[in-house]
Design a protein around this ligand. Sequence first.
Ligand SMILES: [Zn+2]
Length: 251
Amino acid sequence: MKVTIIDRSDSEIKFFVEGIKPPFANELRRIMMNEIPTMAIEWVDFVKNDSVLNDEIIANRLGLIPLKFDKKAYNTPKNCKCEGKGCSLCQVRLTLKKKGPGMVYAGDLKSTAKDVAPVFDKIPIVELFENQELQFEAIATLGLGKEHSKWQAAVVGYTNLFESKSKANEMKLCDKHLFHVKDVKGIKVDPLQCELCAYLNEDDNRFKLIDDSFLFTVETASGLDVEDIIIDSAEILGEKIKEFDKAVKKL
Ligand SMILES: [Zn+2]
């Protein structure tokens, strides 16, 4: 297997993986999205809500605010010593109290844990008008994307690559097109760089699908760094394979 990083920013990485099969690529994607614990608000106790939005809508909006957290400091409620009753190892309390007029932002949340805070302060929650007030206490916990999308660690996509059957100088797809010259045999086409490439498919006889190479795009949707998401997903996949191996040996 060969991994080549194509592009990276604070929140997104693009990389090629060569030498893997579609089920492997798919499992990696599913783990990155669904099986890496992240922190999100799970319970909200409203003391006062005079805003135009009702409690349920505000609670839903709060759940979707990505929170930064120290990933070594917390357990998921199911795996905590308190057996899910709630303690400082599996719950973080956040409070908010604000009077109108003005917009209530994620940055108005006050966390009782130093490491836990919204990733972006300027996410609007609700606008308060004159004489309106919002006050609540919220509990954030770790959870998984497969339980609720508010805990989804990342947005992950991958696409196949195609190789041209013709020589490089015969290739004229479009002006925007970006080629990755692989070797004399053909060209690697990066489908994200060109609209035409997005329509390439196995039936197009000018191209050959490379079925063991994938272009991944991973963007964090949580308080976790995008590198951590990729490394953790590889570890989880490794553990799953070990478990599978053990189960097979028992047969
Ligand atoms: Zn606990």
